[in-house]
Design a protein around this ligand. Structure first.
Ligand code: KG4
Ligand code: ZN
Length: 341
């Protein structure tokens, strides 16, 4: 099955062509991404109208390039990000996909962006060798950590997915972006905080991990950002300008407080549902420190389980994950068969 996929939910225009041999074996034929970071940087975040304008400009160029490199007119499906995302940006991809599908007489499928993040782990390597069969994965827990979402799900299959909890205010990626702004770093803040935190000393500062002990799967990150803001202001009273080491120590403590709560709640969900696997996706899953700590605890505490984290370029927004979302859903819902044809 060959899928052409379009991603325009936020500030990345993505086009991919992926061949799916089974639910867990995929060959990426084309993977194009046009980033708008330079456009939004000066505003410190994504401006929806500007994002839509950039998608309108970039999407036809990427499609043209993709088709030229692919060198064939053969694909079985067009998949596009339908929701969630910035509505003006989504509208560009949706309209393009539907028009393109009509002109090519090819079926068009709306895709949930978050489902794409969950299955993005199948983009690299042959995950099939890790997986005995589809059933052996479930129940599974999925953690989506992006700029717009922080959610925990329990999955009983690739179709039966229930939301356990989510953030009541800011998403974790949003908190990292806002925290970065407090520290005078540029957008997007997650990778900047990560870089700075590598030079930070553990214990120099501590921030409380919001809702870490609450007996549910909800998250909250807006208070954490406020705590950083107040701490930075207090320090500035004495230091005038924050020194590089102080900033690095603050970045370390800030990132740690956010990741502690993600780890604690995910562990609790894994235990409560006696999960056999854990899927993590979304831009924050590109963070090296987060990946390491999840890999460590999972290996130690769930040695029989399977952990799926996408390679960093597939953790952040891309169109490959949209093609995978279509393929995984279609293939696994065909009476549980895992083969594409
Ligand atoms: O999934 P994504 O690309 O877009 C959304 O669906 O929101 O996630 C973007 C978020 C941003 O908040 C960005 O700062 C964060 O992911 N992010 C990171 C890293 N790379 C991107 N956060 C922490 N560490 C990173 N390396
Ligand atoms: Zn995303």
């Amino acid at each position: 099955m060959i899928t052409l996929a379009i991603e325009t939910s936020c500030d990345e225009t993505g086009v991919a062509i992926v061949e799916s041999m089974s639910a867990f074996e995929h060959r990426i034929i084309i993977n194009l991404l046009s980033s708008q970071i330079a456009v939004h940087k000066k505003y410190g975040g994504v401006v929806p109208g500007l994002a839509a304008r950039e998608h309108t400009k970039n999407l036809p160029l990427l499609i043209k390039k993709a088709l030229k490199e692919y060198g064939s007119a053969r694909f079985d499906a067009i998949a596009y990000t339908n929701n969630p995302g910035l509505e003006p940006a989504l509208l560009v991809g949706r309209t393009f996909a539907k028009t393109f599908g009509y002109a090519r007489n090819t079926p068009v499928y709306p895709i949930n962006h978050l489902y794409g993040h969950i299955v993005a782990c199948f983009a690299s390597g042959n995950q099939r060798s890790k997986i005995k069969n589809q059933k052996s994965l479930f129940p599974a827990i999925a953690l989506v950590i992006s700029g717009g979402h922080t959610q925990l799900y329990v999955m009983f299959s690739f179709q039966k997915i229930e939301l356990l909890g989510e953030t009541v205010d800011d998403a974790v990626g949003e908190a990292l972006d806002k925290g970065a702004r407090v520290l005078g770093l540029s957008y997007p803040g997650g990778p900047e905080i990560e870089k700075l935190a590598r030079m930070g000393h553990e214990g120099a500062f501590t921030f409380p991990s919001p809702m870490i002990s609450s007996p549910n799967f909800q998250f909250s990150f807006s208070g954490l950002k406020t705590a950083l803001l107040y701490k930075a202001r207090d320090l500035q009273k004495n230091e005038k300008k924050l020194g590089n080491q102080t900033k690095a120590d603050l970045a370390f403590a800030y990132q740690k407080a956010a990741f502690d709560v993600l780890e604690t709640k995910t562990k609790r969900a894994l235990q409560e549902y006696q999960a056999r696997s854990l899927f993590i996706g979304g831009g924050v899953a590109a963070n090296c420190s987060l990946r390491k700590r999840f890999e460590k605890f999972f290996k130690e505490e769930f040695p029989k389980g399977l952990l799926f984290i996408p390679a960093p370029p597939f953790a952040t927004d891309n169109a490959v994950m949209i093609a995978l979302a279509h393929a995984v859903h279609i293939i696994t819902s065909k009476g549980g068969k895992e083969r594409a044809r």
